[in-house]
Design a protein around this ligand. Structure first.
Ligand SMILES: NC(=O)c1ccc[n+]([C@@H]2O[C@H](COP(=O)([O-])OP(=O)(O)OC[C@H]3O[C@@H](n4cnc5c(N)ncnc54)[C@H](O)[C@@H]3O)[C@@H](O)[C@H]2O)c1
Length: 311
């Protein structure tokens, strides 16, 4: 049947949007997650008969060794995500991100298929436009962890697709406020100001529903995408941080305070080329404007801040 999916990190920001999509498409989904951010985000789709929930740690070699072979697909999203969260606990980050990925691959056979959530943070400081051929030189532990995973995956015999995501924004049952656009909108609504540093830095964005939506696409097109890396995003979503802040101003009256008060440790100031994924047939659907309007709606009624930040 080829429809048994193991979704690691399925209780996360992207995973909780992806799981219901897969269930709707007829897949049997097993989420394995240590529920670092609680189980509430899965409650909206928990009644689905084809959903199994397992509380487990991808670092648990024995547990993963039993679980992984029972599935046709492994969609591996579980991770300590983002450079602040990785810097806050480097041991936990590296063991989860790198050892966890190795555990899964070791338990897989060549008849199974693996899709890995990597990141544009692997590129580091790029001059010009980053394509999948651009050498990756990550500057943060998070980016280095993902680079190490990519190399373990490429060296394996397991059929795989590697997805290098743009910075995701937008709503989700497991909302994250540490992401740039989500954070800006939260600050604009609740603090009535955004403190902007390195405003000229170019970044690249992707709506959360498109980040989830690329998985079913990659599963349906797996044979032609097999053993390839794809940047996931859209050139129309390449913006400077200041452009994003100005776009938010169209909807919210807040004070934009430009100041040299910080630096981004991964120094991302780059444009990314998405033609490889576009040529494979995938287009992101949600625009910056649509995502901003959604987030204003959601974040206006939300006042809890810290539990929704990875670090
Ligand atoms: N959101 C983005 O902007 C973005 C961009 C690029 C790549 N990614 C990648 O996409 C994937 C999902 O990211 P997200 O934004 O949904 O993050 P998230 O932090 O919301 O989700 C990660 C999930 O992994 C789980 N987890 C953490 N450690 C675990 C462990 N040891 N065992 C089992 N589960 C564990 C957490 O409980 C959480 O549910 C990650 O691999 C991330 O690196 C995300």
């Amino acid at each position: 049947m080829d429809n048994k999916v193991l979704l690691t990190g399925g209780a996360g920001y992207i995973g909780t949007l992806l799981a219901p999509m897969l269930l709707e498409q007829g897949y049997h989904v097993t989420i394995v997650d240590n529920f670092l951010y609680g189980a509430q985000p899965v409650l909206g789709f928990s009644m689905h008969p084809n959903l199994t929930l397992i509380k487990g740690d991808v670092r648990d070699e024995v547990m993963m060794g039993k679980l992984v072979p029972k599935h046709d697909w492994v969609l591996h999203l579980a991770a300590i995500v983002g450079y602040p969260a990785c810097a806050a606990d480097p041991f936990r980050a590296s063991t989860t991100n790198v050892d966890g990925t190795r555990n899964i691959l070791q338990a897989m056979s060549a008849s199974q298929r693996f899709i890995f959530a990597s990141t544009g943070s692997t590129y580091g400081k790029v001059n010009g436009i980053a394509t999948e051929e651009t050498p990756i030189e990550p500057l943060t532990l998070y980016g280095k962890n993902k680079r190490d995973c990519e190399s373990i995956i490429r060296d394996s015999k397991i059929p795989h697709v590697i997805l290098r995501f743009a910075t995701v924004f937008g709503s989700s049952p497991r909302l994250r406020l540490d992401l740039l656009i989500n954070d800006f909108i939260y600050q604009a609504i609740h603090n009535k100001q955004i403190v902007l540093f390195e405003g000229h830095f170019r970044r690249t964005f992707l709506h959360s529903s498109d980040a989830a939506g690329v998985y079913p696409f990659a599963m349906q097109n797996f044979e032609k995408m097999n053993r390839h890396v794809y940047n996931v995003g859209d050139e129309a979503m390449n913006f400077t941080k200041k452009q994003v802040a100005q776009q938010i101003k169209k909807y919210i009256n807040y004070y934009l305070h430009e100041a040299d008060v910080g630096t981004d440790p991964d120094q991302r100031d780059y444009e990314v080329d998405y033609s490889k994924l576009r040529n494979a047939g995938f287009r992101a659907k949600v625009t910056l404007d649509e995502g901003i309007r959604e987030l204003i709606k959601v974040l206006s009624v939300l006042t809890v801040q810290h539990p929704l930040r990875n670090a």
